[in-house]
Design a protein around this ligand. Structure first.
Ligand SMILES: Nc1ncnc2c1ncn2[C@@H]1O[C@H](COP(=O)(O)OP(=O)(O)OP(=O)(O)O)[C@@H](O)[C@H]1O
Length: 500
């Protein structure tokens, strides 16, 4: 059905149409001209009247005109972003439409040939259309950023994608900052306790746990020497069967404390030794449940075909950084091992999801996680390690990492500075698409990158299970509390009667 005609000058990137009736932002249109069958997306709509233009400043004229019932001529103009030439392998059109070219709404079948056929993972449907959108799972290895203002649907998107990837036999590892996935009823869930075994850790990871910064050179040297000596000693004793498993953790604690004392004494600055000892003892007091030398290597905990979730809720941000960076390092190293010798290492590709990514991948801080996430962003694709970062503060993200996220699922973004930051870090997000971000509703997203054939404006499916992060049912909880108070009062009155 024709909705309007091209007017003015058009380019191969965009055209302006004068519409016969109001059209909706995000509508897909088809322009056919000179053997081109161009698919376009309406990215901007304006309505006006030649009779009541911006210069009108007499309200009486408007009132008199209004008395003549709709005799005011109005127009609707819509900007169309050209997406592809469906007659030429979905490449961009090489000639622009001419003025007068009719624009019609795209048929569902035409849109299905683009959005529903090649992908493997359903994520939702084109907004206002009965056209499902399927994502190309292989392109997840080119990394993905899920960005949105708070409450716009990031967690729902992660849950829908993770569950459907696992149902295809794929593997996801979510670092769960708020515990919303760990306590959810996502299918194929594999809960992983955030345990760290020093025998599989690097000195740098262990020093991060103790909040010994990179620039605390003397402290780090003391810790590093002690950590290497103690872990090597424990490995030797384990090999000779000299340490019972049950005393491993306590032995580690005592050996470390003694060795830190020794290493510290050999250093001129005894204050550095005291500082390291304090940090070690404080950490072990607070997080002894995280350090566990009986715990297996994390690679053995991550399961294929599962949504593997590491809950970070009981850790502070430094310990979270140590846990996440340790997992990322072990996964990348282990996938490299497997690629080299097929009988060792992690035997399947995996997608690592970092929630609240602006905390771990901040542009203003050099965390260990940022180092390993950058390594995976650069090298991961070759080894089947895809990174997915999730954030409601895009402008807080490291721009190098964000720019390496080839794919983006961008839900509602309100902050202009966030929008600008995303635009600057995406070579496949155009200004006019970015303009639409503030008008998206909850659960609506613009999807760009290799995971879709063309930019898509999608209503993401609702996760059919329960997510902790979903908005609380306040009314329901108030009613339940009132009911419980009534029951409790009933029992109390009953008790009093018996007493009398
Ligand atoms: N695709 C969707 N369709 C309908 N409702 C949705 C959709 N996605 C999310 N919602 C609803 O919006 C609310 C917020 O969703 P969600 O927790 O996923 O957002 P979020 O961006 O992760 O929020 P936060 O930043 O607080 O973690 C929830 O009540 C959820 O049910």
């Amino acid at each position: 059905m024709i909705i309007g005609y091209v007017i003015g000058q058009a380019t191969t990137q965009e055209a302006l149409i004068l519409a016969e009736r109001p059209v909706r932002l995000g509508t897909y249109v088809v322009l056919e001209y000179d053997n081109v069958k161009a698919l376009g997306l309406i990215t901007n709509v304006t309505r006006g009247s030649p009779m009541l233009d911006d210069n009108m400043n007499d309200i009486e004229i408007v009132q008199r005109l209004k008395q003549f019932n709709n005799s005011i001529p109005v127009y609707t103009k819509a900007k169309v972003k050209m997406l592809c030439d469906m007659n030429n392998h979905f490449l961009m059109p090489d000639i622009p439409p001419f003025a007068g070219t009719p624009a019609r709404e795209a048929e569902d079948e035409e849109l299905k040939s683009i959005y529903s056929q090649d992908g493997q993972i359903r994520i939702g449907s084109l907004i206002g259309k009965n056209v499902e959108v399927k994502l190309n799972i292989n392109s997840f290895a080119r990394h993905l950023a899920i960005l949105a203002a708070t409450g716009s649907g990031k967690s729902n998107t992660v849950a829908v994608l993770s569950q459907r990837i696992s149902e295809l036999g794929g593997s996801v590892l979510i670092f769960d900052y708020h515990g919303e996935y760990y306590d959810s009823d996502i299918k194929n869930l594999n809960r992983i306790e955030p345990k760290l075994n020093p025998l599989y850790m690097t000195p740098r990871e262990f020093s991060t746990l103790l909040e010994i910064r990179e620039n605390a050179i003397i402290q780090y040297r003391i810790l590093r020497r002690a950590f290497i000596k103690v872990t090597n000693e424990i490995r030797e004793k384990l090999k000779e069967g000299q340490i019972p498993f049950s005393t491993l953790n306590s032995q580690f604690y005592e050996l470390m404390r003694d060795e830190l004392e020794t290493q510290g004494n050999s250093d001129k600055k005894s204050s550095a030794k005291d500082e390291v000892l304090n940090k070690f003892e404080e950490f072990m007091d607070r997080y002894s449940n995280v350090i566990d030398l009986t715990s297996s290597d994390i690679i053995e905990k991550v399961k294929r075909g599962k949504v593997n979730v590491v809950s970070l809720t009981q850790l502070d941000e430094d310990s979270m950084d140590a846990v996440v960076s340790h997992y990322l390092r072990r996964i990348l190293d282990s996938r490299k091992d497997f690629k080299r010798s097929k009988n060792s290492g992690l035997k399947f590709p995996i997608i690592a999801v970092i929630e609240e990514a602006h905390v771990f991948l901040s542009k203003n801080e050099n965390t260990l996680t940022k180092y390993w996430a950058s390594r995976i962003a650069r090298e991961g694709r070759k080894f089947g390690v895809g990174l997915t970062i999730v954030s409601q503060r895009p402008k807080g993200l490291d721009e190098n990492i964000l720019s390496q996220m080839t794919n983006k699922i961008i839900l509602k973004i309100i902050e202009p500075t966030d929008k600008k930051y995303i635009l600057e870090s995406s070579d496949n997000l155009s200004e006019d698409l970015a303009e639409q971000l503030s008008s998206l509703d909850v659960g609506e997203a613009i999807i760009i990158g290799k995971i879709v054939k063309l930019p898509a404006v999608v209503k993401i499916d609702m996760f059919e299970g329960k997510l902790l992060g979903s908005d609380p049912d306040m009314i329901g909880e108030w009613k339940r509390a009132e009911e419980n108070e009534r029951i409790a009062k009933g029992f109390a009155d009953f008790g009093t009667e018996i007493g009398d």
